[in-house]
Design a protein around this ligand. Structure first.
Ligand code: KG4
Ligand code: ZN
Length: 334
């Protein structure tokens, strides 16, 4: 069944988000990013779930209002049920289940990572399938093969830190605010990427590892006689050198996977896919090799509900809905 009006809800981490699709087209997408975590340098789970409780109703109402629809117009509700923070997931899921029960609507549980993949289909883009998708966010780094029926097969994943986590931890080492990714990206633009050559970790197969580069940065900074002054005078160069190392590790592996899997389309998704160095490097490689690169707009890279709504739409078209007994699964895998 194809739902005409579908509401999507996302509350897996620290963003409370709702979006509406009409006939598969995005008509509204509302997001409230929680600022309470900045002072702690990372997401505090209990504060996140409390903020979701405060924000879920106004965010959903605002998405419906902007779409020009009411509860009575809805045909289905899609919601993230994992992976993520248990307390955060439960807020969105409970709301969606209440709505589905109260209005007699079908409920569609969406895996957050599956949602990131479907962000590639929101901007009016229709990537050719099969394709590869690199999901790079604060919690995940995973390279997947997406089949014509959207079935996903994981080729590789990080064995330790996610790419975004590495950005955030290295930023913290240099005294930059959370989340560190956008700040490193901005500073890297005016830095020298060859200032420090950090070692690149290349595991066999398609798995990644980003904990080594974080430790290399720590040792490099600790080895300076005046650490604080060194950081202050070379901040942009350090950012550029770190970013280049992460981008090299990602691009090398993705290039090989495209070749070995014999596909011609690559999509990137997740917060780190907003990174300008990654976009540039992959863009150059794609142009050289003649494959198609699908880049979501900045708003669709980081967590949002439009991607959850789109994943829910495709799942429902394929006949998949969820029972009202659906529970939050914090460690849900793809
Ligand atoms: O997808 P997302 O919003 O949340 C998760 O599901 O994790 O990703 C957030 C992550 C953070 O680690 C943030 O530092 C990183 O994405 N990020 C970036 C950039 N923008 C966001 N990393 C590098 N460069 C960026 N421009
Ligand atoms: Zn995410």
């Amino acid at each position: 069944m194809t739902p005409r009006v579908l509401l999507g809800i996302e509350t897996s981490c620290d963003d409370t988000a709702a979006a509406v699709l009409i006939e598969g087209e995005l008509v509204s997408s509302v997001l409230s990013s929680q600022s309470v975590h900045v002072q702690y340098g990372g997401v505090v789970p209990e504060l996140a779930s409390r903020d979701h409780q405060r924000l879920i109703v106004p965010v959903v109402l605002s998405a419906l209002r902007q779409a020009g629809v009411g509860f009575g117009d809805l045909d289905a509700v899609a919601v993230t049920y994992g992976p993520g923070l248990a307390g955060s997931l439960l807020v969105g899921l409970s709301y969606a289940k209440g709505l589905a029960l109260g209005r007699g609507l079908p409920l569609i549980g969406v895996n957050h990572l599956e949602g990131h993949i479907h962000s590639l289909f929101v901007d009016g883009q229709t990537p050719t399938l099969p394709m590869l998708c690199l999901i790079v966010s604060g919690g995940h780094t995973q390279l997947v093969h997406v089949d014509a029926d959207y079935a996903v097969r994981t080729l590789g994943r990080t064995r330790d830190d996610a790419a975004g986590e590495a950005f955030d931890k290295v930023a913290k080492l240099m005294g930059l605010p959370y989340p560190g990714g956008p700040e490193i990206d901005r500073r890297a633009a005016s830095g020298d990427a060859e200032f420090v050559t950090f070692p690149r970790t290349h595991l066999k197969g398609f798995d990644f590892s980003f904990s080594g580069i974080k430790t290399s940065m720590l040792y490099h900074l600790n080895a300076q006689p005046d650490r604080d002054r060194y950081i202050e005078s070379h901040l942009d160069d350090l950012c550029a050198s770190f970013q280049q190392a992460v981008v090299d590790m990602l691009v090398t592996k993705v290039g090989r996977a495209i070749r070995e899997e014999g596909v011609r389309t690559l999509g990137i998704a997740g917060g780190v896919s907003a990174n300008s160095g990654l976009r540039r490097s992959l863009g150059e490689l794609a142009a050289r090799k003649g494959w198609t690169l699908i880049l979501p707009s900045a708003a669709l890279c980081t967590d949002n509900a439009a991607m959850i709504a789109m994943a829910g739409y495709h799942k429902m078209q394929a006949g998949h809905t969820s029972p009202l007994t659906l529970n939050a699964q914090p460690a849900l895998a793809l």
